[in-house]
Design a protein. Structure first.
Length: 310
């Protein structure tokens, strides 16, 4: 099976590259900014992703596209409209790729979206049937991309699969998980020892396993799936688990969540505090029931894999 992967240099993309090898029956072609950097035996250099990108060379003889690449960060600049900047890559660029893929005869298009399309907080676990409430420009762009992609679903017989992961963790993970690791590594005293929220995460290996399952599973076509480990942790439990996996003490002070939220709001850090103090759970029963998929790795094992030298 011939696979084309975007975002091959990124955190999730590298995880996919590591699993899609010839011995597993795959021929992988990877889109990269700089050749010789992805680990894939076949690379296509792409300078950028937008509505004008020409994918004709990359899509020749491809069966399945896995679209991981996205713009995830906008530098603070008053002259930029964040949503407009996200749309250039995440919406217009995605639709352009999907349309060209359909024209090239690609059979299935797997799109990595975000749990953020449902919102940043949940009173009960999100499922695929929940209404969408994207709270940030990035998530809004992902939701708009999903809507536009459904316009391509069925074009020339191409099927669409959408996967919405929560926070993805693994070795050298960027973003919020990487920040937690740095805090613990430095021995920073954290006022997060009494947080009783529930957060769903997904280990990189588990997300990649679901992506690979969706490449050719007959029941995955034209479906949306939420990804997750199937285990939820409080922020306190997560920090304790990460510290244990690192072989470091977790220096956590039990400060009431309400007091922390009040202080963060006064300092203009409410959004950051919500990620640490609020709950966000996902229900992965659809992937389990429809695909027969189970996360192959527990949270404990996933955290251990983040620090292989320990």
């Amino acid at each position: 099976m011939n696979i084309f992967l975007t975002g091959a240099n990124g955190f999730v993309g590298q995880g996919v590259v590591g699993k899609l090898h010839p011995a597993a029956g795959f021929s992988l072609r990877a889109a990269v900014r700089n050749t010789g950097t992805s680990g894939s035996s076949e690379e296509v250099k792409v300078s950028g992703i937008d509505s004008d990108t020409d994918w004709s060379q990359a899509l020749t003889d491809i069966d399945v596209v896995i679209h991981v690449a996205a713009r995830a960060h906008i530098m603070k600049d008053e002259e930029l409209d964040p949503l407009a900047e996200y749309r250039k890559v995440n919406v217009d660029g995605t639709l352009n790729l999907a349309m060209q893929a359909a024209e090239a005869g690609v059979r299935r298009f797997v799109f990595i979206s975000s749990i953020g399309v449902h919102g940043n907080l949940s009173n009960r676990p999100f499922s695929e049937q929940n209404e969408v409430h994207p709270a940030e420009p990035y998530a809004q762009s992902k939701w708009e991309a999903e809507q536009r992609l459904w316009e391509c679903a069925g074009c020339n017989g191409m099927e669409l699969v959408i996967i919405r992961p929560p926070l993805v963790y693994g070795p050298n993970a960027p973003g919020n998980f990487g920040s937690l690791v740095r805090w613990l590594d430095r021995g920073v005293l954290l006022p997060l020892g009494a947080i009783h929220n529930k957060r769903s995460l997904v280990a990189l290996d588990n997300l990649v396993d679901l992506i690979i399952t969706c490449i050719d599973h007959p029941a995955a076509g034209n479906q949306v799936f939420l990804a997750g480990d199937g285990e939820d942790l409080s922020t306190t439990e997560l920090l304790q688990g990460v510290a244990k996996a690192m072989g470091k003490p977790s220096r956590l002070v039990p400060v009431p969540a309400g007091l922390l939220m009040f202080g963060a709001t006064m300092l203009g850090k409410k959004a950051m505090a919500q990620r640490l103090l609020g709950s966000l759970q996902v229900d992965i029963s659809k992937a389990r029931n429809l695909l027969g998929w189970q996360p192959p790795m527990s949270v404990e094992e996933g955290l251990k894999r983040c620090f292989p030298d320990q």
